[in-house]
Design a protein around this ligand. Structure first.
Ligand code: FAQ
Length: 311
């Protein structure tokens, strides 16, 4: 009966054991996981667009091969994540429909344009760097299929981050024009990267419950701080300036102090009014429509095989 099942669920979470698809779980826990995992999956798929634009324009075969591999990994991450959402009873067609109709979100960061090839490096360094900071703790998330998907995703994200850093390392040791391109890209992506961690803790309606259920392991502000602490020394090594006049080492805290991101901008971008929101959704919609024949053919094939197996 329910009180017993609920007690078992609470105990599993408190003991840091994993909740599995066959286990009883409160409906609100299921709903919050579907929400977060679906948003995460949508982010990976929409996230293919800014860098995908550069595959045909990469400056060498080596850079093209690296970028192609990275963007394909993102498609793979989307698929594992949709798979994890399906273990909760979600239907993938339904999740896609919700995304296209603007009823489910994807990360704000992918609504900014990748203007030059230096942006490819900065996306790898900062955006994948932020994703790693956020996702490594999710490997210990209380829901088993999500936590396990994160292990592989994080390994691939570290390759993505390294390729970005290496690209920037090469460019900053190139010409003055290349160094300027890198600095310009850093100036444009720094604040949006900090916004990836979400609203400040005091304005984060989901955090408290998600942390109590150990779906999230740290607060938005804690992860944002970790990202800054990790990134500043890397920026120094690269020789780029982070565009924050308030950024300085705080001896007492043993952490960096930094300025406040423009959270009104974050709210605008989440609300659909960022620089590329319309373009991203239009392209995702077109890709979905163009792929209809593949889904129909796969369904017809599966049905024919099932019929043959019956007979
Ligand atoms: N953008 O109460 P909270 C990647 C929404 S990395 C859009 O704090 P929560 C890799 C939030 O959903 C990017 N929406 O929410 C890659 C909520 O709305 P709702 C994906 C945002 O869930 C790299 C409302 O605001 N990573 O894809 C954002 O506790 C390069 C209130 O916020 C993940 O999804 C935002 N930045 O914390 C791919 C990681 N921030 O749902 C390609 C997993 C907040 O109530 C290229 N997700 N919102 O309608 C998480 O860790 C959490 O969901 C947070 C938000 C931290 C994002």
């Amino acid at each position: 009966d329910e009180p017993e099942l609920r007690a078992h669920f609470e105990e599993t979470v408190a003991a840091d054991r994993r909740v599995e698809p066959r286990d009883w779980m409160p409906e609100a826990y299921r709903a919050t996981l579907v929400r977060q995992i679906a948003q995460h999956a949508h982010s990976e798929i929409i996230g293919m667009q800014p860098e995908g634009d550069w595959i045909t324009r990469a400056p060498s075969l080596r850079r093209k091969a690296i970028l192609w591999a990275k963007v394909q990994d993102e498609a793979g991450h989307g698929l594992y994540l949709y798979g994890a959402a399906e273990t909760l009873g979600a239907d993938r067609d339904d999740l896609t429909r919700r995304l296209l109709e603007g009823r489910q979100k994807y990360s704000s960061i992918f609504n900014y344009p990748a203007a030059t090839f230096a942006d490819v490096g900065v996306i790898g360094w900062l955006v994948d760097g932020a994703a790693i900071c956020n996702q490594v703790p999710l490997c210990r998330s209380s829901y088993g299929p999500y936590a396990r998907a994160m292990v592989r995703v994080c390994k691939e994200e570290s390759f993505h981050q390294r390729q970005g850093y290496e690209l920037l390392w090469t460019m900053t040791r190139g010409t003055a024009a290349q160094r300027e391109m890198v600095q310009d890209a850093v100036d444009r992506w720094w604040w949006p990267s900090l916004m990836m961690f979400g609203p400040p803790d005091a304005a984060s309606p989901n955090s408290e419950r998600s942390m109590a259920w150990r779906v999230k392991r740290h607060s938005n502000d804690e992860l944002r701080q970790r990202f800054v602490d990790m990134t500043v020394p890397q920026a120094d090594r690269l020789g780029v300036t982070l565009p924050d006049p308030e950024l300085r080492w705080n001896e007492e805290r043993g952490r960096y102090d930094f300025g406040t991101p423009d959270f009104a901008e974050l709210a605008r971008v989440i609300g659909g009014d960022g620089p590329c929101n319309r373009e991203r959704i239009a392209r995702r919609t077109a890709a979905h429509e163009d792929g209809a024949w593949v889904r129909e053919a796969a369904a017809a094939h599966a049905e024919r095989r099932a019929r043959r197996a019956d007979g």
